[in-house]
Write a protein that binds this ligand. Structure first.
Ligand SMILES: [Ca+2]
Length: 242
C-alpha cells in the first residue's frame, strides 16, 4: 500500500542525537532535550513546507461550467486528472448554486489508474472525509474543498482519479461539469454504476467512461524544490515561484 500520509519523519536525516544510548542522567536529559528539539524542528519544517506550497493548479475554471454530474442511487461521478507533481494540497468541486439546501454530504475518494487510463478501484489512496455544506445563497456555486496540510504525498506523478459519493447514501446532488472536453484534455469524466456509496473494487466492472465531459474541479500541487540551494531562504523561494 503506497504511503499517502504526507507526514515526513520529523527527525529524518539530521537528528543524530535521537536514539543515543549513553548511560547516565546527564546524557539522558541531554538526549531527551535533543529529541524534543528535533521533533519541534521537524514539526516546524513541515508547517513551513506546507506554507511554501506554491505550485500548479489544474482543472477547469468554475465559470466555465455548463452541465451537471448528478448522483443518484449510488451512481457516482468521477474524473481522471494528471498529477503534475506528487504533493497534492487541495482538491475542490462545486455543487450547483440552485441546490442551496441539501444536507447530503460529499465523500471524496482518490484512486490510482490502470495503464489505459481507467480508474483502478483496487488502489484507493484517499477515502474521505465527508464534507457537508447544507446551505448556499442560491447565487454562488457551493464549493467543496478537501485540503491536506501537510500536502498529501501521491505515490507517483501521472494519472489518478477521484470520485465523489453521497454520504449518507440517499438523495442526490449535482456537481458542476462541462461538456467541452477540451477544457481539460488531461482527463475525463467517469461514473460508477449503482452502489451503496462506498467505492471499492466491486464497482470496477460497471465503471462508465464519458470522455465528452469533465467534472469542473481544481487540484493544486506543491512544487517543493528539494535542491538545498533553493530551500535556503524565503526570498529565493519567492523568486522561484513568483
Ligand atoms: Ca477532458
Amino acid at each position: 500500500m503506497p504511503n499517502v500520509s504526507g507526514n515526513p519523519s520529523p527527525c529524518e536525516g539530521s537528528c543524530e542525537y535521537r536514539g543515543a544510548r549513553r548511560e547516565g542522567g546527564g546524557w539522558r536529559t541531554l538526549t531527551l532535550m535533543a529529541t524534543i528539539v528535533c521533533v519541534l524542528t521537524g514539526w516546524a519544517l513541515t508547517q513551513a513546507e506546507a506554507q511554501l506550497c506554491a505550485g500548479d493548479t489544474v482543472g477547469v475554471d468554475v465559470s466555465l461550467a455548463d452541465n451537471a454530474a448528478g448522483t443518484l442511487f449510488g451512481e457516482s461521478p468521477g474524473q481522471t486528472f494528471l498529477a503534475v507533481d506528487t504533493l497534492l494540497s487541495f482538491l475542490r468541486v462545486w455543487r450547483w448554486a440552485t441546490e442551496d439546501s441539501n444536507s447530503i454530504g460529499m465523500r471524496l475518494y482518490i484512486t490510482d489508474t490502470s495503464p489505459d487510463g481507467t480508474p483502478d478501484l483496487r488502489y484507493i489512496l484517499v477515502n474521505g472525509p465527508t464534507i457537508v455544506h447544507q446551505y448556499g445563497d442560491g447565487i454562488h456555486p457551493i464549493e467543496f474543498v478537501w485540503r491536506w496540510e501537510p500536502p498529501l504525498a501521491l505515490p507517483h506523478r501521472g494519472l489518478f482519479s477521484f470520485f465523489v459519493m453521497q454520504d449518507p447514501c440517499f438523495g442526490f446532488w449535482d456537481l458542476m461539469s462541462t461538456d467541452n472536453p477540451s477544457l481539460y484534455p488531461s482527463g475525463d469524466m467517469w461514473f460508477t454504476g449503482r452502489s451503496n456509496c462506498v467505492l471499492g473494487s466491486g464497482l470496477q466492472r460497471d465503471l462508465r467512461h464519458y470522455p465528452e465531459y469533465d467534472i469542473v474541479f481544481q487540484a493544486a500541487f506543491c512544487r517543493l524544490d528539494t535542491t538545498p540551494t533553493r530551500r535556503k531562504t524565503w526570498g529565493s523561494l519567492k523568486l522561484l515561484y513568483r
